[in-house]
Write a protein that binds this ligand. Sequence first.
Ligand code: SAH
Length: 346
Amino acid sequence: MKKDILSMDYNELEESVLALGEKKFRAGQIFEWLHKHKVQDFNQMTNLSAQFRTVLNEYFYIYSLKIVKKLVSGLDNTVKYLYKLNDGAVVEAVVINYKHGNSLCISTQVGCKMGCRFCASTIAGFERNLTAGEMLSQLYTAESESGKKISNIVLMGIGEPLDNYDNVTRFLDILSSEDGHDFSLRNVALSTCGKIDKIHELAKKRYGLSLSISLHAPSDELRRQLMPIANNYKISELIEACKMYFEITGRRITFEYALIDGMNDSIECADELASILSGFPNHINLIPINKIDERDYMPSSKDRAAAFKNRLEQGGMSVTIRRTLGADIDAACGQLRKEYRTEDIN
Ligand code: SAH
C-alpha cells in the first residue's frame, strides 16, 4: 500500500530517502516541493531524476482533498468549504477576512466524541481522526482555491484537537518547519474542551501557540449539564492547567463562553466567572450561541449579553463579544457536515 507522504515529517522523509538509496539532501527537496510549492504530482519535482520520481510514485501518494461545496457569505466574504476526504468522509474549513489578514478555521477530526450538548459536530457522530496530511491539505487547498494568503490558523472546526494529539502535533511540526510552509505557531490558536493531561503535554512542547478553552459555565454543576468532559475534570483543575500553560509559554489563555438564554447568562453567573478567572492573565470571549435544530438552546438577547459583559468588566476582566461572521452561510459548527450526511442518507 502506498504511504501518505504529506503526513511525513522531515526526519521520516530523510530515512525513507536513504532507504531508497538516494542522498539525504533529496528529502529537503521533496519536503520543499510538498510544503512550499504544494505540488500534487511527483513529476512536478523537476530537480529529481525521472527514475527517482517513478520510484517515489510507486511507494507514496500526495494527499489531496476535494471541495464538494463552497459557500460565500454575502455579508462579510467569509468562505466556508465542505471538503470530501479520500474515504468519502466530509469536514469543514472556514476562511475569515480580518483587517489584519485572513484566518482559516480547520477541522481536526471527522465528527467528535466529546458530546457537548450544544454542538452540531458531535450530534452527527464520530468517524475517525484526521491525519496531519488531511489538516495540511485543508490549508493548502483553501489557499490555492481562494488565492488568499492565510496568516492565522485556528483549530476550532470539527473535532477535539487534543483527542487527536499525535496527528495534531505532527501537523504543527510540519506546518512550522522552516524547510516547508514555515508558518509561525504564534499565529495558531488551538481550542479545546479541556483535556487536561494533553494541555500539560502541549505546554512542554513550547510551541508558542495560543490556547482557547471552551468553558461555557462558571460552575462544575452547570458545566456538567452542557459538556460531558466536565464529569472527568473539575473547573478548578482546568484553571490550574491553564495557569501552568501560561507560566511555561507566556501566552495568555482565552476562555470561550457561549451565552445561552436563561442557562448561563445571569449576573450571578458573570460574578462567578469573574471570581474563578481573576488573578491570572486571560481573556473572555463571549459568543451568542448558534441555534442548532436538535436543541432548544437559544442565544442570549443583545441586552443580556451586554449586561453580562459589563458585569465581567466591572469585575476587572478583559472581555469581548465575538462578532458573528458568515451568519448567512454558517449554521453552527459542524452543521454543514451533518446536513450533507443527511442528504447522503436520504
Ligand atoms: N473541540 C474543540 C474545538 C472545536 S469547537 C473545543 O471544544 O473547543 C469550537 C468552538 O465552538 C468551541 O468553543 C465550542 O464550544 C463552540 N461551539 C460549538 N457549538 C457551538 C454553538 N452551537 N454555538 C456556539 N459555539 C459553539
